[in-house]
Design a protein around this ligand. Structure first.
Ligand code: ADP
Ligand code: MG
Length: 431
């Protein structure tokens, strides 16, 4: 990203005029990915702007029909088309990386073809490299910027998951991984309401996937049409929460455009290219926090969170932590989501925990983002519910996957499983 582009991107984020989604999209994939992350940071941006930015999850430009034909020819071999009765060259959906076309196999099976819209990789890598350089310089000249966390770590995280998304074969691997986990845990925690679309591997490659067409509406459509009941959201939380907290491996991008719900209230997860892992000490700490919070045991909740601190806080640090947490959660349980945005609350919680010595590395970020997606869905569909209390019975059910008697035990730092480079994104300087 060039400096001029970066400045005009910053203006979109912080300016007074409404966010211009098309403009951000025209700035390239990195700008879109950064915008999507900023959409989840009401602690940094005006909450109204965050909501506007959330459009970046679903709205995306499509490429002209003739380019689709060219791309399809380029990405597949000469026999590919002979497998289809018909391929619609007009897309019916698009997101930041791929677009989706309806097609029909010779036997009449309705499928969709997902194709990578452009050759993003080179320009994306270049943009990330440039941006890292600007950020390093910015930090050097303005050390105060460090307060927003570890921007270089964040950029590396975006780089990593975006490059994974650019290879569609990862979507097949991700689907298989989640499917296998569901089978492995079937006795302990059955998930009969979850399924995944069939993918024709023999017709797919890094840039083209042939997937069973799902006719059920996406959760986004359901939320817009007000056809997602409160219990449906809880069922989704039950499934996704079991992956996140119970198994530590989960769909890393489960926003409402990436799952469908059928008439029978079954869920279908799509776009499984980014599977994320949460290390045990992080998922245990976050689970413990919610588990005790739902029971109204605030002190235990705060202590559970501290089990992920690198160094156990003592003295004044500990006192400040407790007092800021008790202040934050005074009267919180029992209030509705519209009264206290969970996302905002979570950001403040993260801040208090960071000050007490917890570090939220790259590996904690996906689980937090997932929780924010859930919060966003609740806020849109059922703003008047008391989320934390309703989560209670499900948190109890997760206790078949995580032993609740161990929730207040610290994992020694040396025994913590590190995923990736594990550099904290939000560090202790975030005062
Ligand atoms: N198998 C499918 N059947 C029907 N619609 C689909 C299917 N896969 C994707 N879509 C539609 O296309 C949109 C974008 O697809 P997705 O796989 O999420 O692409 P991206 O990776 O670009 O986000 C989805 O939100 C959904 O509306
Ligand atoms: Mg998607």
């Amino acid at each position: 990203m060039r400096l001029t582009k970066m400045l005009s991107f910053a203006k979109e984020l912080r300016g007074k005029k409404p966010v211009d989604i098309d403009k951000i999209q025209s700035m390239g994939l990195l700008a879109v990915k950064l915008g999507q992350i900023c959409a989840l940071r009401p602690d940094l941006l005006d909450p109204d702007r965050c909501i506007q930015l959330q459009e970046l999850y679903s709205r995306a430009p499509t490429i002209p029909q003739e380019n689709f034909e060219q791309l399809l020819t380029k990405y597949t071999d000469e026999n590919f088309r002979s497998n289809f009765k018909h391929i619609d060259s007009k897309p019916f959906a698009a997101a930041s990386i791929g677009q989706i076309h309806r097609a029909e196999l010779l036997d009449g099976t309705k499928v969709v073809i997902k194709i990578i819209k452009a050759d993003f990789e080179k320009s994306f890598r270049r943009d990330v490299k440039r941006m890292k350089r600007w950020v390093k310089m910015g930090l050097f000249f303005n050390p105060k910027l460090k307060k927003v966390g570890n921007p270089i770590g964040l950029l590396s995280h975006i780089e990593d998951y975006t490059l994974r998304e650019l290879n569609l074969l990862n979507e097949i691997k991700g689907k298989q991984r989640l499917e296998q986990l569901a089978i492995d845990y079937n006795d302990k925690f059955p998930m009969p309401k979850l399924s995944f679309p069939k993918i024709w591997e023999n017709l797919s490659n890094e840039r083209v996937l042939v997937i069973e067409e799902i006719t059920a509406p996406t959760l986004e459509s359901h939320l817009n049409a007000q056809t997602m009941e409160w219990d449906d959201l809880l069922q989704l939380f039950r499934i996704h929460g079991a992956f996140m907290f119970g198994m530590g491996v989960f769909h890393g991008d489960l926003h409402p455009g990436n799952a469908m719900m059928t008439k029978d209230k079954d869920f279908i997860f799509i776009d499984t290219g980014a599977i994320c892992e949460a290390p045990n000490h992080v998922r245990k700490a976050l689970f413990g926090f919610f588990y005790f919070l739902a029971k109204g045991e605030l002190k235990n909740a705060f202590d559970a969170m501290l089990t992920m601190a690198d160094v156990e806080p003592t003295g004044e640090t500990l006192e400040i932590y407790y007092s800021s947490m008790f202040e934050l959660y005074d009267g919180f349980v029992g209030t509705s989501v519209s009264e206290v945005s969970l996302t905002e609350q979570m950001m403040k919680t993260v801040r208090a925990a960071v000050l007490a010595g917890c570090s939220f590395g790259d590996d904690a970020f996906p689980i937090i983002r997932s929780l924010m997606y859930m919060d966003g869905m609740v806020l849109k569909g059922h703003p008047n519910v008391d989320l934390i209390s309703s989560m209670g019975p499900y948190l109890d059910e997760f206790a078949t996957l995580i032993d609740p008697t161990t929730l207040l035990e610290r994992t020694p730092v040396a025994q913590r499983k590190l995923v990736g480079k594990n550099r904290p994104l939000i560090t202790k300087t975030a005062a």
